[in-house]
Ligand binder design. Structure first.
Ligand SMILES: *Cc1c(COP(=O)(O)O)cnc(C)c1O
Length: 233
C-alpha cells in the first residue's frame, strides 16, 4: 500500500508541477513517518523514498539507528534547546528552528563537532496561537543572527498554516511565505547556500503549496495512512 501511495503522489506532484510551469524535479517529497514503526519507513525506502520527516526526537533516533545512512531525516517537530545536540547528531536537516536560543544551541554544538548543519526557519505565517514559528515581523532579526552562525546553513523557510477543511484557505499563507522568502533573499539573508527551499504543504493541501512555490512538501497520511493515535502504546 505504501508503494502504491508513493507512486500516486509522485505522479500527482509531476502533474501539478507541469500544469503550473514548474520543473517537477524542483519539488522533493518528505515522507512524514511520525508514529509509524521502522517497518513502514523500510517499506517506503524500498519503494525509493529517501527523505523522511519526524516530529519526535526519540522516534527519529530509533529510525536512524535502524536505517543508518539509507535515509535522510528532516526534523519537523518542536525542538527544545536541551535536545539540540541529539537532534543535530540524528537529523540531516532541522526544519523547525524558530528562535535564537535554538539556533545558538545548534551552532555551538556544530562548532564543537566542526561540522555544518542544514536548517530551515519555521515561520508562524498565519499568526496562529497554536503554532510554533517565528512571527513574520521578527524573521529578519532571527535570520540576521543566523547569518553570523557559520556552522548553520540556512536553506529556506518552513510553515504550517492554520488548519481548515478547505485547502484553498491555505493559499494566501503559502504565498505569504514565498513573498517573505523573496524579501529575505533581497536582503541577503536567504539563498546563500543554493536555491531557497520552501517547506510547505501536507497531505490535504500540497497541490496548492506546489502552485505557490513549495520545494519540500511534507506528506504523512496520504503515504502511510491514518496515524496511530498518540495514546496507543
Ligand atoms: C504531521 C505533520 C505533517 C504531515 O501531515 P499529514 O496531514 O499526515 O500529511 C507535515 N508537517 C508537519 C510539521 C507535521 O507535524
Amino acid at each position: 500500500m505504501i508503494e502504491r501511495n508513493l507512486n500516486r503522489i509522485r505522479s500527482s506532484i509531476r502533474e501539478i508541477a507541469l500544469r503550473c510551469g514548474r520543473n517537477p524535479d524542483d519539488i522533493r517529497l518528505v515522507a512524514v513517518s511520525k508514529r509509524f514503526p521502522v517497518e513502514a519507513v523500510r517499506e517506503a525506502r524500498d519503494a525509493g523514498q529517501i527523505i523522511f520527516g519526524e516530529n519526535y526526537l526519540q522516534e527519529a533516533v530509533v529510525k536512524r539507528k535502524a536505517m543508518h545512512d539509507a535515509i535522510q531525516l528532516h526534523f519537523i517537530g518542536n525542538l527544545q534547546s536541551n535536545k539540540a545536540k541529539l537532534c543535530a547528531d540524528t537529523c540531516d536537516v532541522i526544519e523547525t528552528v524558530d528562535r535564537l536560543k535554538i539556533a545558538a544551541a545548534l551552532s555551538r554544538h556544530c562548532q564543537q563537532r566542526a561540522r555544518a548543519l542544514s536548517i530551515l526557519v519555521q515561520v508562524n505565517i498565519g499568526l496562529d496561537d497554536n503554532k510554533s514559528g517565528v512571527l513574520p515581523d521578527q524573521a529578519e532579526t532571527l535570520l540576521t543572527a543566523i547569518k553570523e552562525m557559520k556552522q548553520l546553513r540556512l536553506m529556506g523557510l518552513m510553515t504550517m498554516p492554520p488548519y481548515t477543511d478547505d485547502p484553498e484557505d491555505a493559499r494566501p499563507y503559502f504565498r505569504d511565505l514565498r513573498l517573505l522568502a523573496e524579501t529575505m533573499k533581497e536582503k541577503g539573508l536567504l539563498g546563500n547556500h543554493g536555491t531557497v527551499e520552501l517547506s510547505m504543504g501536507m497531505s490535504h493541501d500540497y497541490h496548492i503549496a506546489i502552485e505557490e512555490g513549495a520545494t519540500l512538501i511534507r506528506i504523512g497520511t496520504a503515504i502511510f495512512g491514518q496515524r496511530p493515535s498518540a495514546n496507543t502504546p
